[in-house]
Every structure is written in structure tokens, then in C-alpha cells.
Ligand binder design. Sequence first.
Ligand code: PBG
Length: 336
Amino acid sequence: MGFARLRKHRANQRIRDLFSETKISTSDLIMPYFVIEGENKPIKSMPGISRLSIDNLVKDIKETRDLGIGAVLLFGIPVKKDKYGKGAYNENGVVQKAIRVIRKDMGDIVIITDVCLCGYASHGHCGIIKSHPSTSLGTRKSKVKSQNRIIDNDKTLEVLAKITLSHAYAGADFVAPSAMMDGQVRAIREVLDKNGFQDTGILAYSAKYASNFYGPFREALDSVPQFGDRKTYQMDYRNADEALREIQEDINEGADIVMVKPSLSYLDIIYRAKEKFNIPLAAYNVSGEYSAVKKLSQGDKLKEKDLALEVLTSIKRAGADIIITYHAKEAARWLK
Ligand code: PBG
């Protein structure tokens, strides 16, 4: 049978379904959440997504679970930010509290937590800041220019370890380090093992690009960098081989799941990672990708469904096993 004839036959939806090569299922999806101390707060650039108070978060996650989604990813918005992002490892911080409540209410939902500083540090960067040694010499402190400030990779690892422990004690199943510091997976694996959390897993943001598609997320976390940008630690989008090296390194350091982020401009990276590595592969369908679909569909739910399912299917077709998406709940309804 010729290709064209086969396609024509597929005018019958059942025949098209029979020949479809890619299927997304609800159980492949992870729903991200922003949890805030106090009242709910909408996110202007992400229609349908809000920063949720702990009680509303729990209600929402129950719906998510009842729709068949097995896992959630939590980001916290602290009451107060400071230079060192101390709120990130406060045992009574908003994420730590949320984990305990979810754990108590819903034993079976998989809780994954973001491990990073950007939402907690006043400067909005993912790590601890230090002045560049060669340029701070002889420079008066007040005059340190933005170019002279760099991220202290190894100091940051110590803080990421503290955050990890606080999440593990609260009851997280997986931690997801997203700071793109060298050695972060190893540092986290070590601190978990040393403290008896051998069963806590690591979802590593291995190939995370310095992307323009994170805009709405930064509104949600109020984490726009106050100086410079994230290009000294996130990846250059011109590079692909480097992504494979980053993934390899995270596997060596003990990652259980590796991730490519964002998704749509990086389908080639997802494809290559899937070809090369035999390990669960996640893709993050990020905030800007979500907002673009919302914008394009302008409130027309049917259009939104068609757009979103095309997006999610393409990510799956490229090779992702797991998709983190703000469309998870809606997709679960559409897929029913
Ligand atoms: C940073 C972090 C980012 C996202 C998750 N964790 C990006 C950033 O601000 O650099 C983006 C997620 C999204 O856009 O949906 N730790």
C-alpha cells in the first residue's frame, strides 16, 4: 500500500490511531507547582497557573493525583529573600512545610523538589556570589561592578547540600538540582547517602540552557537576576555536544533521571540524549513555551488543546520518557 493511500485510509480516526507511532500517557507527566506563604497570587504571564498557599496546593494536588498524574515538582516562594538564600534550607520554609502536609495527606504522590537558590536569593542568581579576585583587588567594595561578580561554584554546592537535606527530612522522594553548578549531583548524592537517605532519588537538570523561554517563571519566583545573566552557568544554545557531556557527567555522579530544558527549541538534544544514554530522560516544557500556547489560543480551549497536544507529542516523539509541563492537568483531562 502506497504512503498516500495509507494516509487517505487514515481519514478514519481509528485507522490513524492504529498507525500512530507516538502516544503520550498521563502517567508520563509531571505537574510543577509554585507554593507561597500566605495567600494565593496569580502569575500574570501564565494564565491558569497561580502561586498557591499550602492548603490550596494540597487541594490542587489531590485533583492532579485523581486525574492520574503521579508526580509533582515544587518551587517555593519564601516570605523574605536575602543575599545568601538562607530561606531555601529553613526547616520551616514553605516548601518544607508543604512537603510534610502533602506527605501526610497523600502517601502515594511522588514529591520532587527544586533545589536551587534563585527563588530565595535577593540577587536572583542560582548560586552564592563572590567578587572576582583579579578585579576586586584595589577596587573599593562599593564600586564592584557587575562584571566583577561571579558565582562561587563550590560554596554553592555546600548550600545545595543543605537545601537537599532539608527537603529529604521533610519527605521528598526526589530532589531536582537546577543550579547548573559543576559537581552538584555528586555533592547531593553524597549528603543524601551520608544521612541515611539512600532511597531519595535525583532528577538532574543536566542540560539546562540559558534560555529566553524562562521569562514567565521568573515572574512567578520574582527571580530576575539583579545583575548580569545566567550565561556563566547555564548552557549556550549554540552547543549540542556539550549537552551530551553534561548529561554523561550527571550520570557518572549518580543521577537517576536526567533532563533537557527547555523542550521545543531543543528537540535535537532530547533525541540525541535518548539515542546515546540508557537512562530515564525528562524534558521540561518550560513557562515560556506554556505561555506561548496560551497566547496563541487566546482563550479558545479547543485551539489550546490542539496546540498543547502537538507540543507534548513532539517532545515524546523526540525521545523524552517524562515531561514536566504546566499543561499536565489539562492534558490529563484531554487524554481521558
Ligand atoms: C532556575 C530555574 C529556572 C526554571 C526552573 N528553575 C530557570 C531560570 O530562571 O533560570 C525555569 C522553569 C520554567 O521556565 O518553567 N533554578
